[in-house]
Design a protein around this ligand. Sequence first.
Ligand code: ADP
Ligand code: MG
Length: 925
Amino acid sequence: ALKSCRQVQRALLALTIPLEMLQAVKSRMLQAMHKGLSRETHAQATVQMLPTYICSTPDGTEKGDLLVAELCQSHVRTLWVHFSGDWNQKPQLMYKIFNMPSDIMQGKGEALFDFIAQCVQQFLTGIGNPQNHLPLGFVFPFCCKQTQLDKAELISWSKDFSCSDMEGKDVVQLLQSAIKKQELYHVDVVALVNDTVGTMMSCSSGEKPCEVALIVGEQWAPPCDRVVGAERSCAGAHSPSLSADKGTNSCFMAEAQQVEMVDETSGRMCVNTEWGYFGDDGTLNDILTPYDQRVDQESSNPGEKRFEKLVGSLYLGEIVRHVLITLASEKALFIGSNFAVLRTKGVLKTHQILDFINHEEGMAEAKSTLEALGLQPSKQDCCRVQQVCGMVVSRSAALCATSLAAILSHMRQSRELERLLVNVAVDGDLYRGNARFVEILQSVTRLLAPECAATLVPAVDPTGLGAATVTAVALRMAAWRREVNQLLAPLRLSRADLERVQTLMRKEMDLGLGQETNANASVRMLPTYVHGTPDGTERGEFLALDLGGTNFRVLVVRVTDDGIHMASEIYVIPTDVMQGSGEALFDHIMECIMDFQLKQNLMEQVLPLGFTFSFPCQQLGLDKAVLLSWTKGFNASGCVGQDVVQLLREAAHRKQHSGLKVVAVVNDTVGTMMACGHDDPKCEIGLIVGTGTNACYMEEMQNVGTVEGEQGRMCINMEWGAFGDNGCLDDFFTDFDRLVDEKTINAGKQRFEKLISGMYLGEIVRYTLLALVEKQLLFRSKPCSKLQTKDIFQTKFLSTIELDGLGLQQVRTILQDLKLQATFEDSVLVREVCQTVSLRAAQLCAAGLAAVVEKMRENRGLAQLTVTVGVDGTLYKMHPHFAQQLQKMLQVLAPKCTVTFLLSEDGSGKGAALVAAVACRRTEP
Ligand code: ADP
Ligand code: MG
């Protein structure tokens, strides 16, 4: 007796998996999942992680009538479902089950699909022939290569099916053609639905969607007696769905960018793990018992689905049977009875096993079941059988929990959450039928994924209602996507659009350079009287001013043998000074200069001063610049038409400051080019993408019609921000651009700049978001008063929101600060809007630059031009993609130019000093 007890204990121990081992299995599952998700390793992965093309969960607004056709073991089920668009109302549902003649399963593929289509046709007749448009979701539980929601090639048949001429064909297309043959022109097959996704969807409720589904064992199937319809037709009292196959599988909402088999990088996608195959590469060998090995050998697919064979309900009875055979042969069970009956495959069913361990009458159940098999179990036998069954079921639950924990941890990590709260839809006879199973499933999941809180929700009609829900969600998403695309389309520029912009820019450049045409050009092409880039021999100590954007800076620059040294001070220019009187503005500037000189102990010296003044000026000499117009939020009165150097001198006079020697006024583009030119002699272009945008480049004097002289080159300040002010870009402006422009203090002016630069991108995004809200495509159409506020959506938000790898959670935080309650999908859309707006800006900038480099190449008669662009501006520097997109598009638009971009460090200050140095060298021979 003691010996037999030890033998039983040994069997039970073999079936026990210690916690550390479960932990190891969890990390192996995580590895297997990564392998399945990665593009390189996907093909060899055991856990395939198949994309389902379902990118959303129900939000309750799903609305309308639709159909589902479900192919099952021996029948076809058809459903009609009505969604009201309101969570509080349950969807209306009618269905019918059709027996399938067995010859169809092995006949021609065409006959199978014709049969399904006929079922749909008969069903529709039975419910009164509704003639409205009916989208149909198709539940087709065979191995397919799905490439779109409505495109899936059959890879292979399984179960009892093997229709001819089918493999490699698109099953959605086949069903659609068959349905056409039935003249059901109003029925559209829109989605192929996987049963795990159906399970997940059937459990989603308004408050919190289910984002994981778990199937363990046979799925819930509709009882025949609830069939609604004219005529009843049914495959028997119990009509198991074929799909789950009494095995186990799962799906979950993964981050789309991790699903490398799909190009989508934003948002989420439901992934069907196909985890039943976990372990087929040997990863589970160290937990397999001899019983498991025998079950596998006797199965129809030895070596395959090793995980499923430890967990799925088809196999639990078999595992128990092999344990009992071993114990009986060791004389630890059924002593004296002939146990040969146990050698027959399938004599113990999983539901019987569950009965043994379930109730208080479990002992009695065991006794009568075993007796019915011809065994004569003693009371102790029954007790031991019960223990074995309990252990096999517990192991199944623990392994299931382990893999679920792997999914939860994966989700938590990829969403960058400290804690994941999630609903998990569960289905299968093991889950429904056994309290012990559920208890272990929950407790082991908690142990192995302590940072995740999973609420298990039992599924209801996963393949019927679930499939209908999937279809409804897919339709909602498709309609939403169509409308979003329509709204964003004007912001998306084609290559042809950009080529047109490039051509227009070139035309405006030529107009701007011409003596007669200059007045009508929107691109002013202003001469700068800078004839060359630095040669590196410049030396001296200079003052520099940088005015023209967010900050006003005063600098002292020392150009020495061992480099350029600078000290600077930033001063704020209050908006009321920017937009007050010119005198007040220049007085303020003088006060800042004096403060700086005091702080730097420079009061006694008279240093030559270079003035970076980044507004359009007609320059009459290096130190004489007449302001043409204010831009970028400046509007001080009495300045336009005046020489800004003179205005500064007058202010110095008013302040009784005599130590000011202005030798050069430069635009910030020129300063940037000069500063970069100090390091790279190929730098002959300056570009600014900050508060505003502008560019300058070295033009041939003979092309500059507005300045006397034909020799050499001169730097031209393009003032390209005003490109389009004559209407030549009107086709490209969107409603959002017009709204942004209207609200500026220089409406109708600087139209190109308003598509590109930091002062405006946030505003374009804001108006686009408002339009999306109005069209009920964003923020669940809730009113967002904060979003009505000008400049509340800053351009720097674009940089944060578009950062790669930054969890959308953080996008949500930014939006929350704006009092915007964003769902996950809202965050994805906001990011898409930001990307669209910044991409357009970068591409337009590229089109402008392409015109410049191409002109320089032509000027010089070169087949290939190699040139460097000195760049400054916070938008260019801080935005995660702007620079790269700009360079990429420039290469496309100007393939004959090799363009390098050099970031300027403090370019406008340094550059002004260098221009001053060049000027001083000239005057002091
Ligand atoms: P300016 O052009 O006035 O000399 P900057 O080059 O610093 O000044 O540009 C300032 C502009 O850059 C601001 O108007 C703002 O819109 C934008 N900006 C500031 N921070 C960021 C950021 N992180 N990403 C993108 N743009 C930014
Ligand atoms: Mg600047």
